[in-house]
Design a protein around this ligand. Structure first.
Ligand code: SF4
Length: 384
């Protein structure tokens, strides 16, 4: 069945909120949270560590910390608890992003099993499988992702164990890489330009002659497509290949975005067909998929990236995150003085629905003449 991507309209009278058709928790996040809480419940008295943040949502992570769970690393991979402090009685939960083979090995050497408490999302594992298939056909794996993101580091580790691999962040870096494919750039510069992002022994002259592209599951779909198309075209032009024989040097890879990324982004693209005054995107500030929803919205209208309703200070002030400067900012008069005010609303894959509800309640509270949320829900109820 064709999916419906049209937004839900919540008409409170003086304020109208348009909610993206698909938003919030995805399968991988729900599964990870369920396993984490079950692990805590079933193992009283044992020390439980999370390799890093469970998912990129501060509320979920704080909840786990409150129950005594500790983080081994921060999101950038900085060690918070030394591996030497662990023993075989400890439990280490692998987060939804997965982890590197090196960390898995370290845990196994300590005697901590990694299979039982592994919440790696199957859609992340799918990317690893795809890169394995590419490697088996002797292509180099080009990973399009945020280099420091846990998922990209894990994917790089898995890919690099099978074949030459390199991480590119965006189209700018795809263009830089193309310079080494065509030979227009001096090969020796590659090692500095892509420092820390290529596999051991990477030979820029021979390892960029046959490539395949995979991506972090939460990238922006349009950018992912543009990068794959660009690198494919670069290879075709450089080697004089046609669409029929391009596979000799460019692996036929469809993108490896996950269903939640595709659905949430498509729902936002549909949401943006509605003429509105502002957009609010709810999610963790270090959440990759949420940031991409913000990017899509801000192309069209004033957009506020918040992690919960507390950031809406009043009907005139909002504290919101600027993902470019990585700082919070305050904006005054973010709600225009008109009626009705139209607000677009969505949230990222790691954001609990309760936070979205909190934002709706807060916004509606600024309009005393609004219909109550409960009345509206009653009206929207499907009859038995
Ligand atoms: S965003 Fe996608 S890949 Fe990440 S946990 Fe959710 S379903 Fe899995």
């Amino acid at each position: 069945m064709k999916k419906d991507f049209s937004p839900a309209e919540l008409d409170f009278g003086p304020v109208q909120i348009y909610l993206a058709r698909h938003f919030g928790f995805c399968y991988g996040v729900e599964n990870a949270i369920e396993i984490a809480f079950k692990t805590i419940e079933e193992n009283p008295g044992r020390r439980i560590f999370l390799l890093s943040e469970m998912i990129h949502n501060p509320h979920v992570n704080e909840d786990l910390l409150d129950r005594g769970v500790r983080f081994l690393q921060d999101t950038s991979g900085k060690q918070l608890v030394a591996f030497e402090e662990l023993n075989s009685e400890d439990i280490a939960i692998i987060p939804a992003f997965g982890t590197t083979l090196e960390i898995e090995k370290k845990l196994n050497e300590i005697g901590i099993p990694t299979a039982k408490y592994n919440t790696t999302c199957p859609f992340v594992e799918k990317v690893w499988n795809r890169s394995e298939q590419i490697a088996a056909k002797q292509y180099t794996v080009v990973i399009h992702g945020k280099p420091m993101h846990e998922e990209t580091r894990a994917t790089f580790s898995h890919a690099a164990s099978n074949t030459a691999s390199v991480v590119i962040k965006d189209m700018k870096e795809a263009i830089q890489l193309a310079g080494y494919i065509t030979g227009s750039k001096a090969p020796e510069n590659f090692y500095e330009e892509f420092s820390g992002r290529y596999s051991k022994g990477f030979d820029v002259k021979s390892d960029l002659q046959r490539i395949g592209v995979v991506n972090q599951t939460t990238q922006l779909a349009s950018e992912t497509q543009a990068i794959a198309d660009f690198l494919r075209k670069t290879i075709m032009q450089h080697y004089g290949l046609t669409g029929e024989d391009v596979e000799e040097r460019f692996a036929d890879t469809r993108d490896t975005l996950c269903y939640a990324t595709n659905d949430n982004q498509t729902a936002v693209i549909n949401l943006l067909d509605t003429i509105a005054d502002l957009a609010i995107v709810v999610g963790g500030y270090n959440s990759s998929n949420t940031t991409h929803l913000v990017e899509l919205c801000e192309e069209k209208l004033p957009t506020y990236f918040i992690n919960d309703e507390e950031k809406i200070i009043s009907n005139t002030e909002i504290v919101h995150y600027n993902y470019r400067t990585k700082m919070e900012e305050i904006t005054s008069n973010f709600i225009p003085n008109k009626k009705p005010v139209k607000i677009l609303l969505t949230s990222g894959a790691s954001c609990p629905d309760a936070l979205v509800e909190g934002v709706i309640r807060k916004l509606v509270s600024f309009f005393p003449a609004s219909r109550s949320i409960d009345d509206l829900l009653e009206e929207m109820k499907i009859p038995d």
